[in-house]
Design a protein around this ligand. Structure first.
Ligand code: NAD
Length: 344
């Protein structure tokens, strides 16, 4: 079994070599992302293994099929970068639905604490032997209200972490899990109520047509002054221009972003010696109350190991049975199921 592995990073290789080696797979690691220009690298391979910023559009899918590539194995949970409607019936697509919800939820809390206690500023100050505390006044999380959009695997771990801090939770999910709601400290509410009453809003839902720009100018208008926005889910859940305007107008107190709408042009690469041409990203990063990490929330040893193991198992199951439970389409039309919510 030969698999072309796109957007390969040094931290991917040890776990994929381990689990792939045990299964007798040969991964060919390509540093480049998969897109229309690079798809021909997959010639002669049985499958491709891709990540969040590879482009799996109709043209790429058609070319993979022409070359006899049998499957697309996503080594991530989200699949908004794959044209599912086009893939349906043509090529098998697998994903890793969960690898460590703790990794992402813990990173979300790390960002929140860093931001509101100014740890990012204090770190720089003390390295310069500046021990002044001016401008570092934060606020207690205890007693604050956090709005959690999406109470799936990651959202629920984050919810538990927030409860550990003594926070109240307002939750919104298109498909609520009734048992979570205790009618007191954790309540499901409509999105508007969540916007109006949350001190902190954290996004943990997938990117779909419904959730595109969930946080936009109108949503921010409804929010409390000083609201803290956390996005460790997908960039396009937040209208970055609207967020920037909210920061400038002081409506938004702080923002912590592990994802960004146009991240595929920048994230995961070193542009430290370059002129960054994305003015919105550059302006957001320049703000003292914005923290950006480059889609790093998943990056723990446990998650990397789980991702590699699950990806290899997906391919093994497909080889042995012709299908696997983590298949997204082909026989199972996920594009339709997404609309009805069956796929979650
Ligand atoms: P999940 O499928 O377990 O949970 C998603 C939840 O969102 C479900 O409860 C679902 O009902 C809900 N949902 C679906 N449509 C919705 C809508 N329109 N409005 C509100 N809620 C809706 O997924 P998960 O494992 O918890 O992951 C959540 C998201 O986190 C993923 O979609 C992915 O985009 C993102 N993620 C980011 C990283 C990272 O490194 N930053 C890593 C993994 C996942």
């Amino acid at each position: 079994m030969k698999i072309a592995f796109f957007d390969a990073k040094p931290y991917d290789k040890p776990s994929f070599d381990k689990y792939g080696g045990e299964a007798g797979f040969k991964f060919k690691y390509f540093e480049t992302k998969l897109n229309e220009d690079t798809v021909d690298l997959a010639h002669g391979y049985d499958g491709v293994c891709v990540f969040v910023n590879d482009t799996v559009n109709a043209a790429v899918i058609d070319r993979l099929c022409e070359m006899g590539v049998k499957f697309i194995s996503l080594r991530c949970a989200g699949f908004n970068n794959v044209d599912m409607k086009h893939a349906f019936g043509k090529i098998h697509v697998f994903r890793v639905p969960a690898y460590s919800p703790y990794a992402v939820a813990e990173h979300t809390m790390a960002l929140l604490l860093t931001s509101i206690r100014r740890i990012h500023k204090a770190y720089i100050r003390t390295r310069d032997f500046n021990f002044s505390l001016s401008g570092f006044t934060g606020f207690d999380l205890h007693g604050k209200t956090v709005g959690i959009v999406g109470t799936g695997k990651i959202g629920r771990v984050f919810l538990d972490i927030c409860r550990g801090f003594g926070m109240k939770v307002l939750a919104y999910d298109k498909f609520p899990v009734k048992e979570i709601d205790n009618g007191d400290t954790v309540r499901y509410v409509e999105l508007d109520e969540l916007f109006e009453n949350s001190d902190i809003i954290s996004l943990h839902c997938p990117l779909t047509e419904d959730t595109h720009h969930l946080i936009d100018e109108k949503a921010l208008e409804k929010c409390k002054k000083g609201v803290v926005i956390l996005n460790t889910s997908r960039g396009a859940l937040v209208d970055a221009e609207a967020l920037l305007n909210g920061i400038k107008s002081r409506k938004v107190g702080a923002a912590c972003l592990d994802v960004y709408e146009e991240e595929s042009d920048w994230f995961f690469e070193d542009y430290s010696g370059h002129i960054v041409e994305d003015d919105t990203l550059a302006r957001l990063i320049s703000m003292p109350n914005v923290i950006v990490t480059s889609h790093q929330a998943f990056l723990t040893e446990e998650a990397l190991s789980n991702i590699a193991e699950a990806t290899v198992n997906n391919i093994l199951e497909f080889m042995e049975k012709g299908e696997c439970p983590n298949e997204l389409c082909f026989r199972h039309n996920v594009a339709e199921d997404c609309k009805t919510g069956k796929c979650f």
